[in-house]
Design a protein around this ligand. Structure first.
Ligand SMILES: [Zn+2]
Length: 281
């Protein structure tokens, strides 16, 4: 098809932001930071390479994902600990905050609750910004590496340590349910420490070596009681390949911190979304 005569004019139309966030309820970062200064570590868990582990974080506590031993990307699922069908909604988080999240931005939950599950309170990779390729860190644009896409792209290849399978096994073990029951609860992730973007010429999803180094961390405030599930991706730092045992992989550390009694003053977990759910009927 040839271009219409006004093709250039149509392309020149200025974009508008889909979801201006001026009216989005803001986290009280000063309150969180004050509470964090009083916090004591209450537990930690090591996620082994090419595996996933679940962890619990009560509402009002903090959790920190730390790079240890070597550069490593993590695939993070979040569930409401009381109702695991309420889970992280990566697509809406992307629509609200953009392709990558950092300090002050939030992980939002699925419909019908659509509320903040966690707020990023510290990010030692916040300095990275957006690089010359359009890449940035902690993305909500990827999904999670999975054995189905791998089979599709590798003529039926079977690989069992993709993040999707790791998250499925860990959730099944934690909840005491079968893998078949756990699998549909696994959802698209926050790609912690992963450096990604879309190519400008073809619009394809790309990854590049993560800038994370041992000691780097991202820390979150739990807005509700959370069940976290974190996979140490078989892609390692995601500089070359994933969905195989070829990349160098390292563990990830998760630490939980509890603020002092009263440090959160009268803070309460956010209520479920107020839409009446009648859908016009
Ligand atoms: Zn992965």
């Amino acid at each position: 098809m040839s271009e219409p005569a006004d093709a250039a004019a149509r392309r020149d139309v200025k974009p508008v932001i889909c979801y201006p966030v001026e009216t989005l309820p803001c986290p009280d970062m000063a309150l969180y930071q004050g509470a964090r200064r009083t916090a004591q570590k209450t537990g930690e868990i090591i996620v082994p390479p090419r595996e996933a582990r679940c962890f619990s974080v009560p509402a009002g506590h903090f959790f920190r994902i730390v790079s240890v031993e070597g550069p490593q990307v993590g695939d993070l699922n979040l569930h409401n600990a009381q109702d695991v069908t309420e889970r992280f909604y990566s697509g809406k988080t992307r629509a609200l905050h953009g392709t990558h999240i950092t300090t002050g931005q939030r992980m939002w939950s699925s419909f019908p609750t659509l509320r903040p599950m966690a707020t990023v309170t510290q990010d030692t990779l916040g300095w990275y910004g957006i690089d010359g390729y359009g890449g940035s860190v902690h993305d909500v644009i990827g999904t999670r590496c999975d054995p189905y896409t791998h089979a599709l792209l590798s003529d039926g290849g079977q690989y069992h340590h993709c993040c999707h399978s790791n998250l499925t096994r860990a959730l099944a073990d934690h909840l005491g349910i079968s893998r078949a029951e756990a699998e549909p609860l696994v959802h698209d992730v926050l790609n912690v420490f992963m450096c990604t973007g879309f190519t400008r010429d073809t619009g394809q999803y790309f990854m590049k070596a993560s800038p994370v180094r041992p000691g780097d961390y991202i820390e979150f405030f739990a807005e509700i009681d959370l069940l976290g599930n974190l996979s140490a991706c078989p892609g390692g730092d995601c500089s070359t390949v994933h969905s195989s045992d070829e990349a160098a992989c390292y563990p990830l550390l998760v630490e939980i911190y509890a603020p002092a009694e009263g440090a959160l003053k009268d803070w309460q977990p956010p209520a479920a979304n107020v839409y009446d759910r009648s859908h016009g009927i």
